[in-house]
Each structure stands twice: as C-alpha cells, then as structure tokens.
Design a protein around this ligand. Structure first.
Ligand code: ACO
Length: 324
C-alpha cells in the first residue's frame, strides 16, 4: 500500500502589501468596510514586475525542500498549478525545475484555476502510488494581479499574488486511514459554467492576455451550494467523517463562502484555517499558503487529518484528505 506522504511545506509572498484602504486611496471606489464585510479580505500581497509566477513558485519550492531536508536533485516530478504562467509555453513547472537546478524527472503545469492545487495533489498522488515517480514537488503559484481589470471594483479587490508548495514522497503504509499521506481525493468539473468566471483573452481569442471577468453572485451560489459532493466523497472513500478532521483548509476566496461550507458539512469553525484576510484570493496558491501558515504556527501536526477543498473557474472543484 503505497502512500504519498507530505514531507515538507513552504510558501512565498511578495513583499508589497496593499491594504483595502490603499486601494480606496488609489482611486478605486471602495472601502475597507465594504470589502471586509463581504469577503473578510483586509490586505493582499502584489508581485513586483520581476516577480513572475515561476519566481514565486521557486521560492516556495525552496522553502518546502528546506523543511523536508531534501535537495532539488531528490525530486523527480514537479507539478505547478497555475492560471498565470510566465509564458504560454514552456510551462512554469519546467522553469521552476530549471531554477532549482533539477536535471532529471519531469515537470508540467496543471490548469484548474482556483482548484488547481487540489487537482495537482490528486495527480501527483497517482504518479507516486503507481511508481511513476518517487518524490513530487507540488506547487501552487499565481500572479493574478496581472489578470485584473483595475477599473472593475467588483473583481480587483478580491485577488492577490503568492505561492505555496509541498513535497510528497512515496512511502509504504498498511493501507488503513491511520496511514500518513493522501488518503483519498475527488475531482469534478462542469464546463457549462464558463461565463460565470473566465478570462476574456488568450491566443485563441483576442491574442492578448485578457482580464478576469466574474459574476460574483453566481460563483458564490455555486461555491456554497454544490461543492460539498467532493468533500463527502473524499470522506466516504477513506472511511472517515467530519468528526475525524483536525483541520479544514479550503481555497481562500471569501470568508462567507468558507464559513457557510464548513457549517453545511458540520465542520466546527475552530477547525477552519483562514488566511483570506491577509492574502486575499491567490487562486491555486491559496491552499498551500494556508497549509504553510497553519504548519508554522503549530496548528497542523504530524498525524492530523486535513481536508483541502477548492472550487475554481470552469467550474472545476475537488477535495483531498491528507493524514499529515
Ligand atoms: N466596493 C464597494 N462597493 C462595491 C464593490 C466594491 N469593491 N463591488 C461592488 N460593489 C457594489 C455593487 O456595485 C453593488 O452596488 P449597487 O447595489 O448600488 O448596485 C453592491 O456593492 C452590491 O454588489 P453585489 O455584487 O450584489 O455584492 P455581493 O454581496 O454579491 O458581493 C462579492 C460581491 C463579494 C463578489 C460576492 O458576490 C462574492 O463573494 N462572490 C464570490 C466570488 C468569489 O469569491 N470569487 C472568487 C473567485 S472564484 C473562486 O476563487 C472560486
């Protein structure tokens, strides 16, 4: 019974912090009160022009390797979940691979917008448990500030930049849910929802990068109403329940979505890790950033059962249960 065990976790946030009040002072018709009340967001980090997604991802990866006590040469798979790659191609993952000096193995990007990190964990788990790789670096890295329409107050106040990473290692377990590692995962998508959250550009349309467009209310409704299916399936597949959870680490889009989902699932509020107040919505980076925060402040410990869950554009959604 091979398992994918988390052996390291790291994160990187750009130095520049922009508060809600800063946004209002820069001419966006908004207020700290409006943003906090609707979303829970108080500030976000914004990357400098030279801080591309691969630069953020490489820093997070180095922090994760450091915690694991491993060197880059120990890694034979790099997956980068991102919707804001440095270039259309080559992949950001190969750029991270090169920046780390990894010469072996393979690397690729995975695009499932805000659900990207959950998709990437599930994908890495398949390679590790079937012998396709031994140690995987799973990175979520984003620079959403570059996709924002700064004239659109309904979206530009919601997002931030950052990166997080974990190292997964294939180890033998006894096949029970007491094993460390990824116990189960469940992924879903439904492309009919495209118009509710998308970027209005790309090589196949305008030829420009484009800007993020969102029907906020529709996304809110779907996020709270429909994503519990993957969580319930992840519990069922591993023979665990919400009572067994130590920590619920959802995608950090909006405090109200997170709390409504936790309540619906019967997950106690004190088990919910929240970083949206400090990071805003960093898309595929938000879960590894939150995992890192809860690791470093001593909340997540070895043996804890952790549920990660996200929904993103598409829609895409998914959940994974990890015995840390
Ligand atoms: N500052 C001040 N006022 C604003 C702002 C702003 N930044 N943005 C909108 N408003 C105004 C609107 O113009 C509107 O004014 P009106 O009543 O005069 O027309 C009023 O506030 C209410 O606007 P709504 O859009 O109805 O506000 P709502 O309560 O729906 O909140 C929000 C908007 C926060 C976007 C909410 O819909 C939401 O959280 N949706 C989920 C979206 C989300 O989290 N997406 C994340 C990306 S997807 C993902 O990560 C899964």
């Amino acid at each position: 019974h091979r398992r994918s065990v988390v052996v390291g976790c790291g994160a990187y946030l750009p130095d520049t912090v922009v508060t809600n009040t800063d946004l209002a002072e820069r001419g966006i018709e908004t207020s700290d009160e409006w943003i906090v009340q609707r979303t829970g967001i108080r500030q976000r980090h914004i990357a400098r022009p030279d801080e591309t997604t691969s630069v953020l991802g490489t820093r997070a990866a180095l922090a994760a390797l450091d915690e694991a006590g491993l060197s880059p040469a120990d890694i034979d798979l790099v997956i980068c979940a991102t919707s804001t790659p440095d270039h259309t191609f080559p992949s950001t993952a190969t750029q991270i691979q090169a920046a780390l000096g990894i010469e072996g193995g393979f690397a690729f990007d995975l695009q499932a917008v805000c659900a990207g990190f959950v998709y990437a964990v599930a994908t890495a788990d398949r390679f590790l448990t079937t012998g396709g790789a031994r140690r995987a670096l799973v990175v979520g890295a984003e620079t959403f500030s570059r996709l924002l329409d700064w004239e659109d107050r309904t979206t530009c106040v919601l997002f931030g930049d950052g990166a997080g990473a974990i190292v997964l290692e294939a180890r033998e377990g006894d096949g029970t849910n007491a094993d460390r590692g990824v116990l189960s995962s469940c992924l879903r998508s439904d492309g009919r929802h495209r118009a509710k959250l998308y970027v209005d550009g790309g090589p196949g349309s305008t030829g420009t990068t484009g800007k993020l467009r969102m029907e906020g209310r529709e996304v809110f409704r779907f996020a709270v109403g429909s994503v519990t299916d993957v969580i319930e399936e992840a519990f069922r597949a591993s023979g665990t329940t919400a009572d067994d959870l130590a920590w619920f680490v959802p995608h950090q889009a909006n405090r109200r979505i997170i709390e409504a989902s936790a309540d619906k699932l019967g997950i106690a509020r004190e088990k919910v890790v929240l970083t949206v107040d400090r990071h805003g919505n960093t898309s595929a980076a938000s879960i590894p950033l939150a995992l890192d925060a809860a690791r470093r402040d001593g909340r997540i410990r070895e043996g804890d059962l952790v549920m990660i869950e996200a929904i993103g554009g598409g829609f895409t959604w998914g959940a994974a249960l990890i015995r840390w």
